[in-house]
Design a protein. Structure first.
Length: 117
């Protein structure tokens, strides 16, 4: 009777181990959060220059636009197939105004404002 119980216990243990391996390793909450990383662009202002850097893991289309205070489009550029999208927007010779730099990718739309005095 004891040997039958041992065999059943061993069989149950082996079956649970096989099911665990078949389903893959269990992921912790931290690992799940790391998988769903959404990367926003980084904007850095240096005087009248705005530096933009975006890690584009999907290498899909990224659109860069600049608008003036009257919402007129004054610059547009599309970048595709690049892992890192970098752009320096130089406002040194720009007219005094409030400009809005807009970056759009598949994850969303992001913007930064630059005030030229």
């Amino acid at each position: 009777m004891k040997s039958v119980l041992k065999h059943i216990t061993v069989a149950a243990f082996l079956m649970m181990t096989a099911l665990g391996i078949a389903n893959g390793p269990a992921k912790s909450e931290v690992e799940k959060r790391l998988i769903k990383v959404e990367l926003d662009p980084v904007f850095v202002k240096k005087g009248n220059t705005l530096l933009m850097n975006l890690l584009n893991l999907s290498q899909e289309k990224v659109t860069l636009k600049v608008y003036d205070s009257e919402n007129r489009l004054i610059f547009i550029e599309s970048v595709e197939g690049k892992l890192v999208v970098e752009k320096a927007f130089n406002f040194e010779k720009a007219y005094e105004d409030k400009y809005k730099v807009v970056v759009s990718d598949k994850s969303g739309t992001y913007s930064e404002t630059v005030l030229v005095k």
